[in-house]
Design a protein around this ligand. Structure first.
Ligand code: SF4
Length: 670
């Protein structure tokens, strides 16, 4: 009946939880008061975790074409299928599509298998959809995918700018921390930049309901304003940055005045002016942004438009300030650390960098190393659809629901020669297309680590026995790799062993040249790994307790050591509205569901919050198209159609419709 400290499996806040078994076989879940992400707080989803751990709907045994088989048979068929296709068509004919739900250890082994032993970079993750724009923006500006600050900065700031983030529903414990900080500090101002008036606006001093896709104009305008107003930090700019003039030129030509910005963004001029004045007059500013910035055809530019303003004012790397990407998934950050994206190598090293490739290949003692970017999520499923990729292994994700063009993903899998799906749930819309199903451990059974939005590595510890024949994802990949002839490199006995290797690789030939270094954790051993306390990377011999903030010394990871301003030319969304499609469809989460509802959908309490999918429309738009509150509406886009309940609300911007992302074929017929 001992309590176990672990981490919530949902969002990128990464809250610590304490799970206590109860005599009747159930468990109690409480917030971990010692965990620095949440200090005991939980949101509705975290509080309901105990209601979601039953075995209903679980995939418990390996299956081939619907028939139960033993593990050895399943793994051998996967290995032989991948080997044959590689022999006949080359390594680029196979792919892995993985997930921000995976633990770092799973991710590490999958990435090593694909890039170092199969010899392709065709591994990408659903984090691509979530925050690859931030990775690219960070690398452009900082030379590395570095989140400079931490959650405590939100509490030390005097201005928090929340961009494209319904924090109240999507990162609720961060919202609780901000609300608490606002109650403590009357000087703290909150600006919310979002086309919708969401619950997050309840604590906002200013809400800017900008037209979708105009964020770069707003921040270009801010950059020009700050420069014109004398808010630049000349010492920081000269000593620690490059490229300011080009960025300023692009900003002033695209957003020459507050008036022009207000007009282009569909905002009141007085509101834009007030936001700019607050930003100008406040040293401690955190600009926290989320999927409203990242999930966009110009997401990377939005990220850099925000970062530019922090570089101009030198507001980065010190307490209470900085740009801050809040990740969506529990281990999106861990996936980035191991190189889980198709255009990354392991440990924040670069595929295009020959020296980095040599470090990784020597360390892995691998026969090959991928030397060019693989296919990214959307392109990967296009390649599956047109037959360039003939075998795909989908791990812990549901692309038939979650990819932007989900119907294309479904069709692609229907024609694919070999589809392997590892999941803990038996009947997902993606599992329906699998030739081979492999049962994975779920939260509460898995053992490993995750990294949250503030670079904090925490343990996920098991408190339940593995059900049926479910296995760890890293184990499955290692077993397939062994059967493909790579036994020596995948002979892991535990998650701790995988983590030790990952940590050791991060410090190879590093000596401060790369941001991601957790060499200080390489020698933890099993006992140290079991008792590992939450810690923020880098963790090095010089910083054994981890690192709260980076860039305080003005040193960045570019070749010159200087941060780069990026000149941003605003671009409208790729598909503008027209007569046939007069609305912008905006998507997001609701408070009490997670992704495709495979876990949260089990809790009646959570499902009671919002019981069915819906579309929010502004009253004028509803009148224009002739729909009433509570009616069913059919919504068509260039990509698909759905039938949903109508909610009419002035919180919705005119010309824009909001629908939540969660409901799938399993939970709603259309
Ligand atoms: Fe879990 Fe996120 Fe809620 Fe924390 S805020 S309890 S990590 S869902």
């Amino acid at each position: 009946m001992q309590s176990v400290k672990t981490t919530c499996p949902y969002c990128g806040v990464g809250c610590g939880v304490v799970v206590t078994p109860v005599a009747d076989g159930s468990v109690e879940v409480q917030g971990d008061s010692d965990h620095p992400a949440n200090y005991g707080r939980l949101c509705s989803k975290g509080s309901a975790l105990a209601e979601t751990i039953d075995l209903d709907g679980r995939l418990l045994y390996p299956e081939i074409r619907g028939a139960r088989v033993d593990w050895s048979t399943a793994l051998t068929v996967v290995a032989e299928g991948f080997s044959r296709i590689i022999r006949e068509h080359g390594p680029d004919a196979v792919a892995l599509y993985v997930s921000g739900q995976l633990l770092t250890e799973d991710y590490y082994v999958a990435n090593k298998f694909v890039k170092g032993f199969i010899g392709t970079a065709n591994i990408d993750t659903n984090s691509r959809l979530c925050m690859a724009s931030s990775v690219a923006g960070h690398k452009r500006a900082f030379g590395a995918d570095t989140v400079p600050g931490n959650y405590a900065d939100l509490e030390q700031a005097n201005l928090i700018v929340l961009v494209g983030s319904n924090t109240a529903w999507c990162h609720p414990v961060i919202f609780q921390r901000i609300t608490h900080a606002k109650n403590q500090n009357p000087d703290l101002k909150i600006v919310v930049i979002d086309p919708r008036r969401t619950q997050t606006c309840d604590i906002a001093d200013l809400h800017l309901p900008l037209k979708p896709g105009t964020d770069t104009l707003l921040f270009n305008g801010l950059l020009a304003y700050l420069h014109g107003n004398g808010d630049s930090n000349p010492y920081f700019i000269n000593a620690h940055t490059e490229g300011r003039d080009a960025a300023l030129q692009a900003a002033t030509s695209s957003a020459p005045s507050v008036e022009s910005v207000a007009l282009s963004c569909g905002l009141k001029e007085t509101d834009v002016a007030l936001f700019y004045r607050w930003f100008s007059g406040t040293e401690k500013v955190v600009s926290a942004y989320s999927q409203g910035v990242n999930q966009s055809s110009s997401g990377t530019d939005k990220v850099n438009a925000i970062i530019n303003c922090h570089l101009l004012t030198g507001r980065i790397g010190r307490p209470g300030m900085g740009p801050f990407s809040i990740t969506g998934q529990p281990n999106a950050m861990g996936g980035r650390e191991v190189g889980g994206l198709a255009n990354q190598l392991a440990a924040h090293m670069d595929l295009e960098n020959a020296a980095h490739r040599a470090i990784v290949q020597n360390f892995w003692k691998s026969p090959v190393i991928a030397d060019k970017a693989g296919l990214k999520a959307v392109d990967m499923f296009k390649a599956i659809g047109d037959g360039r990729i003939k075998a795909v292994w989908i791990i812990a994700t549901n692309p038939v629901d979650s990819l932007p063009d989900a119907d294309q993903a479904r069709k692609a899998l229907q024609t694919c020669e070999l589809v392997v799906v590892s999941d803990c749930i038996r009947n997902t819309d993606t599992a329906a297309h699998a030739h081979i199903l492999l049962p994975a451990l779920a939260w509460g059974e898995k053992d490993g680590t995750v990294t949250n939005s503030e670079r904090r590595i925490s343990r996920q510890r098991p408190f339940l026995a593995p059900p049926g024949e479910a296995k760890a994802d890293w184990w499955m990949v290692a077993e397939v790799a062994k059967r493909m002839g790579f036994a020596g490199a995948f002979d892991y006995g535990s998650a701790a062993q995988v983590f030790a290797e990952h940590a050791a690789l991060s410090s190879m030939n590093n000596a401060g040249s790369r941001d991601f270094d957790i060499g200080g954790l390489a020698l933890l051993g099993n006992a140290g790994y079991d008792t590992l306390s939450p810690v923020q990377w880098p963790v090095t011999p010089q910083q054994p307790q981890g690192t709260e903030r980076l860039f305080g010394n003005g040193r960045f990871y570019t070749p010159t050591g200087k941060a780069r301003f990026i000149a941003i030319t605003p671009r409208p969304p790729v598909h503008a509205t027209d007569v046939e499609f007069p609305f912008v469809l905006n998507t997001g989460r609701v408070r009490d569901q997670w992704h495709t509802m495979t876990r949260t959908g089990k809790s009646p309490r959570l499902s009671a919050h919002i019981t069915e999918p819906y579309a929010e429309l502004h009253p004028e738009d509803a009148a224009r198209v002739g729909v009433k509150e509570g009616a069913l509406a059919r919504i068509n886009s260039r990509w698909g159609k759905m039938a949903v309940r109508v909610k009419i609300t002035p919180d919705q911007l005119r010309g824009s419709i909001f629908v939540p992302i969660h409901w799938t074929d399993q939970f709603a017929s259309r």
